[in-house]
Design a protein around this ligand. Structure first.
Ligand code: SAH
Ligand code: DHB
Ligand code: MG
Length: 224
């Protein structure tokens, strides 16, 4: 028997764990029609984010990098009724598409979408005394990942999770000589994660419809 491809296997797994969902399909269609890049997580990855949120009984979630809100919707659906999600986005066009998608998904009342550079927004959240958050999902410009980790650490409770997307990037992460600043950002992020006294972490490779990539998952083991 021929070896099934990553994409065929994702289709099979989606059918079991993330079956056809008209809202999420409409969200992806509207994001594509608005010209957004297809950088959303896959269905099974969205499902993993939702499972992680439920595992820590998340009531407050912070997302860095909204795009059209696909991962946001997976995470928001994992919240209890009184739960809230703050999501940070720098591109007005992405934020506009995301707001329309949140309305489509019926979750607008749980979402606080903040427009602007995430580093500024993280400082603002800290100054406001926001949080603590139970789960932070880091998925924006990879060059800033080490700074996003600093921001997340200030805002996450003990027992919370800090999850980062795209930590493998087709394998480039293992190349110490990579010139790409995104790759350097991810490498620095992983090194800090591995050594941090307040974190117990790992990174795991993924394959599928989003190619060869990976998630880093860190448990916060002490309060800020
Ligand atoms: N989490 C989304 C995908 C996010 S793609 C999903 O899985 O569905 C990355 C997003 O981060 C893009 O929308 C991009 O505009 C945004 N971004 C890039 N740099 C940023 C910055 N400095 N501050 C906030 N958002 C940023
Ligand atoms: C890119 C960003 C992402 O968050 C992602 O999941 C895939 C690709 C990118 O910038 O190329
Ligand atoms: Mg991503």
């Amino acid at each position: 028997m021929a070896t099934p491809s990553w994409i065929e296997i994702d289709r099979f797994l989606n059918g079991l764990f993330a079956p056809s969902d008209p809202v999420l399909e409409a969200v992806l269609n509207h994001s594509a029609a608005a010209g957004l890049p297809p950088h959303n997580v896959s269905p099974t990855q969205g499902r993993l984010l939702a499972l992680l949120a439920r595992t820590v009984e998340a009531r407050r979630i912070l997302e860095i990098g909204t795009l059209g809100g696909y991962s946001t919707i997976w995470l928001a659906r994992a919240l209890p009724d009184e739960g809230r999600l703050v999501t940070l986005e720098v591109e007005p066009r992405h934020a506009e598409a995301a707001r329309a998608n949140f309305a489509r998904a019926g979750i607008s009342d749980r979402i606080d979408l903040r427009l602007g550079p995430a580093l500024d927004q993280l400082a603002q959240l800290h100054a406001e005394g926001s949080g603590p958050f139970d789960l932070v999902f880091i998925d924006a410009d990879k060059v800033n990942n080490p700074h996003y980790l600093d921001g997340a650490l200030k805002l996450t409770r003990r027992g919370g999770l800090i999850v980062a997307d795209n930590v493998v990037r087709g394998g480039s992460v293992a190349d110490a000589d990579a010139a790409d600043p995104s790759t350097s950002g991810v490498r620095a992020y992983l090194a800090r994660l591995a050594a941090h006294p307040r974190l117990s972490a790992t990174a795991i490779q993924t394959v599928g419809e989003k190619g060869h990539d990976g998630f880093a998952i860190a448990l916060v083991t002490a309060d800020p």
